[in-house]
Design a protein around this ligand. Sequence first.
Ligand code: DGY
Length: 305
Amino acid sequence: PICALSRRYHVTWNKKPLGETRLAARVRPYHALLTTLADPITRKVLQAAPLLQCVANFAVGYNNIDLQAAKEKGIWVTNTPEVLTEATADIAWALLLSCARRIPEGERMVRAGKFKGWHPLMLLGQDLTGKTLGIYGFGRIGQSVARRGRGWNMKVLYHQRHPVSRSVEQGLQARYASFQQLLQRSDFISVNAPLTTQTRHRFGTREFLKMKRSAIFINTARGAIHDEKALAHALQKGIIHSAGLDVYEFEPRIHPQLTRLENCTLLPHLGSATVETRDQMALLAAENIHLVLSGRKPKTPVFIP
Ligand code: DGY
């Protein structure tokens, strides 16, 4: 985005997120901000930026931005939907395969020189074919995770506030389930919902206890949608089988108990991390900024101010 924008605008950038106080101290001269999910665009930051017209988030999620404060100030907020859908769904599946087939455990074993030959009972995992995949949050990414499930002949259940249209359900062969049904009936649960006040800590001890003991829990959306301490406890006590996480409540910090568990696969927020996807995210964010600064409507606004 820097190359695309610096042909027309004066652009500065920081290699690392600045944090709220330093951001607020620096934003005054800027007309647009290109932000990542690690930049807290709070009311304080927005109030310190009298010239600001646009916050272009380099992510589909925008829980790092105070939307209410942006609306009040008439500032456009944009995100990067669609271009990262397939890459993120791939990471959810990579985690699911890793957990079901215990791939990271096997890899660690080989590298540690502990592979002493084939054994009929070594690192037994779970079949994926024909199982029930439960998806929490059935927007673009959730639907893309569901589409992949058809390749494994899975039954797909989903839950979110409102069901999607009949034609989308039919196209994906997915069925709406209540949250309780999703917990009880799914073999695998993939979280693909945005982080909001309603979804924060939606998965805690009570929810893990309702899942099958063989359940695999995958979160590639936002870490705060599950309670990390409760998840660590559920994994340690065998309340659920395993978990695959790409996101954490206090990134880059990870609950120390999670890092010690063999049945927890941990990735460093790689959902959209492919060259092709990041290129498209960068171009889209740059285009959004250019459109706003030239008086037009951005391509992917989060709301119309
Ligand atoms: C997003 O776009 O919200 C992702 O989490 C970034 O990988």
